[in-house]
Every structure is written in structure tokens, then in C-alpha cells.
Design a protein around this ligand. Structure first.
Ligand code: MV4
Length: 457
């Protein structure tokens, strides 16, 4: 029985979790850094404990301080949100040994899927297609070149401890391979303290399509369809939508089956995401599993009507999934734009500072998940995302037109944002026709006039 939850996160996701708990009648404990004292999640939670200075390393990443707060406030469970400690095997382990319910998969599963080479092997054994590549990590450069030549160039070198694009290098031939391999190793060692690498055939211009899965402790596993996350810039997602304009019923059913197979192979419990790359012919390949709730989960919620945070808490409580696969329907189209405090005209440089006038859009088919308000100061210490704007409707066109309307309504004064950049994408014929692959943003920026994203105010 979960009576009280510690929310080990900040920003919009912390607020999102407070809201789910409120509706479930569960008490909440916010933990916060000195920079977040005025944050909405702190104000709306039942209790709040300060866990350290602004820097994430001294607050939201401090497992010891978070567990002390958990003990003091006598919580039953911890929701880790995304980022920070959400995919930290050791933290999940520590929660378990303190008899605190970690709202997520078992620590062991986080470890297994966090090793991207092991994840590949695990799902492949269960019959899920993977991109041709090395069997497990590669020890040295000599072996790596042999494997790359066998696969055929171009190849992509990835960090075993990576994910989300860090420590990745593309090699187009054997000559450049050596240099890219060394540079990937260096970056992986620096970023993850683990220089282990693996190699895959490089797919040109794939789509990034991921499946939301839910698994309870009684062996029930379902998928809630896909999200198309092809619109990204430097491995940061910009726009996500569901359903994918590229999938038909048949491909969705086959990928959904594969996602469930992968989830079972991982012995997974709670909410997770199976990431696939899809080529222009509709071939799909598993690349990674995310063992957490994701930023873009709201898109799936609006399409299916299922509250994913409540499902996570329900699963952690030991209950059965509240819906069966047959009951999952997709009768809407939803789009999410990530609103960021950054300046697209200046290389997307972060733009922290105090917000002046603030007015968030509303009306039919509009959802705003945000922790900010007029007078709020955006800290330079954290991610620049300040809001998620989700619009939905019966068709993709309705959701897109609604998104343009909502973006046009948004007023955020005092800091720079990417709103004009998002409006330009939403109007772009290529995006509107559903043709975006992972190279879309780069190509869009190359052809966009330089000052097109400036706000006219
Ligand atoms: C790939 C790929 C092409 N081929 N793997 C993996 C993590 C994700 N965030 C990006 N990933 C990719 N994995 C194979 N075998 C293309 C991407 C990819 C990408 C790669 C380089 C530069 C930008 C990219 C943007 C999206 C996806």
C-alpha cells in the first residue's frame, strides 16, 4: 500500500507526479534544490525538503540526501521521474534495501538494459530484429575494423553505457574508422566512466519510432502504440507525435508485438519505452530500451486516454494493469512541442532569466505541462525545457492546426524561447506531409532564412 511518495525530480515532471498523486489520494513529498524553492512542485506538494545547492550533482543526483529525506518523512515509495537518478541501478538498489518502493523496474533490469550491447543481445535472442552489428562490446580497434568491414561501411560506433546519442560516431570507411573509434572511446570514458563500444551498420535517414509499454508484477504486458520522435536536433527531441504518420495498421501491429517481446525478454516491470529505427522501406530495428517514464509520455496519454503516472503507481503497488491490450484504442492524434528557454538565432544558446508576462494557451484540445509562471526565474543549472505544449484532435491536421494556434497564443516575456522556431516547423510542408526523418531539423535549418525565428514584439 502506497500512502506517501517522494518525488525525486524537479520541473514539469515533478508537478505531473504531484497531480497524479492528488487524484489518487496519495501524499507527496517534494525534494528541491536551493534554486527551486519557488518552483510549483514545491508549492503544490504536501511536504517539501531542501536537499542541497542548485547544482544537480549536489541535489537531485544525491541519492544519500534523497534517501535521508525519505526516511525523515517516512515515505513508502520514490518516483524518480526522468533524467537524474531515474535510470541509476545503484539508486534503485538502495531504495530496495531501505524498503522503499522504487516506482520503476527492478534494479537488475535497469543495469541489464542500461548496457546497450547487452540489451541488443537480450532482445535479439527473443526474436526482435536488431541492426546488423557486433555481438557484444568490442575489445580493441583491430577487432573493431574487422567487424566494421564485415558489416560494410558506413557504420556507427556507439557507447555500451550510452544512449541518447552521446559517445556516438559515424565512420564511412576503414581509414576514418580508427580515428572515430578512438574519439568515441575517449568521449564514452569521459561521459560514463566506461569506454566500452559496439558497432552497428549505419542507417541513413531513419525514422525514430518508439513504443510505450506497461508491465505489471503478474506477468501482464501491453503496448500503448508508438510515438514518432524523428524531429530532433543534436539528439534532443523537439516535436513528438502519435500515431506516427509513417505507420499503417499492419506495421504498428508487428512493431507492437516486437515491443512486447522485448519487454518480456528484459523481464520488465512498470512503464518503459522500446526504441526502434525504421527505414524508408518499413524495416524496423530495436536500438534501445528506456527504463523510465519519458518526457513525451503525455502524447500517448492524450491518444489513449490512459494516465501513465497513475499506471506506474498502480503497478508499483502490486496491482494488475487497469486495462487489457484489447481495451487500448487510438482514436486521436496528439502532438507535443518542447518549449525551451533558448535562442534559435544564436545557435540555440540557453536563455535563463526571469519571466515577465506569462500567458499559456488553452481551449479545446490543448494541454500545457509546465512548472513556470509569470515572475518565475529559469535557472541556468538545469535543462532548458520550460513547458510541454500538447495539442490533440480527431485527425493529424486538426492537431497540427491547433498546435500552430496554441503556439501563436503563447506569451513568454523576459527570456528567449524556441516558439517561433516551432511555429516555422509546424507550418513547413515537409513536416506537415509527415515526411520527417531524423535528418529533418538539420535540413530545415539549412534552408531556413537566418532571422526567421526572431520574435516580433
Ligand atoms: C543509429 C542511427 C543510424 N544507424 N543507429 C541512437 C540514439 C539516438 N538518439 C540516435 N541514434 C541513432 N542510431 C544506427 N545503426 C541514427 C541515429 C540517430 C542519429 C545519429 C547521428 C546523428 C544524429 C542522429 C539523429 C537521430 C538518430
Amino acid at each position: 500500500m502506497i500512502r506517501k511518495i517522494l518525488i525525486a525530480n524537479r520541473g514539469e515532471i515533478a508537478l505531473r507526479i504531484v497531480r497524479a498523486c492528488r487524484e489518487l489520494g496519495i501524499q507527496t513529498l517534494a525534494v528541491y534544490s536551493e534554486a527551486d524553492e519557488q518552483s510549483l512542485h514545491v508549492q503544490l506538494a504536501d511536504e517539501a525538503i531542501c536537499i542541497g545547492p542548485a547544482s544537480g550533482a549536489e541535489s537531485y543526483l544525491r541519492a544519500d540526501r534523497i534517501l535521508s529525506a525519505a526516511e525523515i518523512a517516512d515515505v513508502d515509495a520514490i518516483h524518480p521521474g526522468y533524467g537524474f537518478l531515474s535510470e541509476n541501478e545503484e539508486f534503485a538498489e538502495q531504495c530496495a534495501s531501505c524498503n522503499i518502493n522504487f516506482i520503476g523496474p527492478k534494479a537488475e533490469t535497469i543495469g541489464k538494459m542500461g548496457d546497450k550491447a547487452m540489451a541488443r543481445e537480450t532482445v535479439s535472442k527473443a526474436g526482435v530484429p536488431i541492426i546488423p552489428g557486433s555481438d557484444g562490446p568490442i575489445e580493441n580497434e583491430k577487432d573493431a575494423i574487422k567487424i566494421a568491414q564485415k558489416i560494410g561501411f558506413p557504420v556507427i560506433i556507439k557507447a555500451v553505457a550510452g544512449g541518447g546519442g552521446r559517445g556516438m560516431r559515424i565512420a564511412h570507411n576503414a581509414v576514418s574508422f580508427a580515428k572515430e573509434f578512438q574519439s568515441a572511446r575517449l568521449e564514452a570514458t569521459k561521459a560514463f566512466g566506461n569506454g566500452a563500444l559496439y558497432v552497428e551498420k549505419y542507417l541513413e535517414n531513419p525514422r525514430h519510432i518508439e513504443f510505450q509499454v506497461l508491465a505489471d508484477k503478474h506477468g501482464n504486458v501491453i503496448h500503448l502504440g508508438e510515438r514518432d520522435c524523428s524531429v530532433q536536433r543534436r539528439h534532443q527531441k523537439v516535436i513528438e507525435e502519435a500515431p506516427s504518420p509513417f505507420l499503417d495498421k499492419n506495421l504498428r501491429a508487428r512493431m507492437g508485438k516486437a515491443a512486447i517481446k522485448a519487454t518480456n525478454a528484459a523481464d520488465y516491470i512498470n512503464a518503459g519505452t522500446i526504441e526502434f529505427l525504421v527505414d524508408s522501406k518499413g524495416n524496423f530495428y530495436f536500438i534501445e530500451m528506456n527504463t523510465r517514464i519519458q518526457v513525451e509520455h503525455a502524447v500517448t496519454e492524450e491518444v489513449t486516454g490512459i494516465d501513465l503516472i497513475k499506471e506506474q503507481i498502480n503497478i508499483a503497488s502490486g496491482n494488475r494493469l487497469s486495462i487489457s491490450q484489447k481495451e487500448v484504442t487510438y482514436d486521436k492524434h496528439a502532438i507535443e512541442c518542447r518549449i525551451c528557454a533558448e535562442n534559435p538565432s544564436n545557435g540555440f544558446a540557453p536563455s535563463p532569466g526571469t519571466i515577465g508576462l506569462y500567458y499559456a494557451p488553452g481551449g479545446h484540445g490543448v494541454r500545457v505541462d509546465s512548472h513556470v509562471y509569470g515572475g518565475y526565474t529559469v535557472s541556468p543549472y538545469y535543462d532548458s525545457m520550460i513547458a510541454k505544449l500538447v495539442t490533440y484532435g480527431r485527425t493529424r491536421k486538426i492537431a497540427l492546426d491547433r498546435m500552430y494556434r496554441a503556439l501563436s497564443e503563447y506569451i513568454i516575456r523576459g527570456i528567449d524561447t524556441n516558439i517561433e522556431f516551432l511555429k516555422a516547423i509546424v507550418l513547413d510542408p515537409g513536416f506537415r506531409q509527415g515526411e520527417a526523418t531524423t535528418s529533418y531539423v538539420e535540413e530545415f535549418l539549412a534552408r531556413a532564412p537566418k532571422d526567421v525565428f526572431k520574435k516580433s514584439q
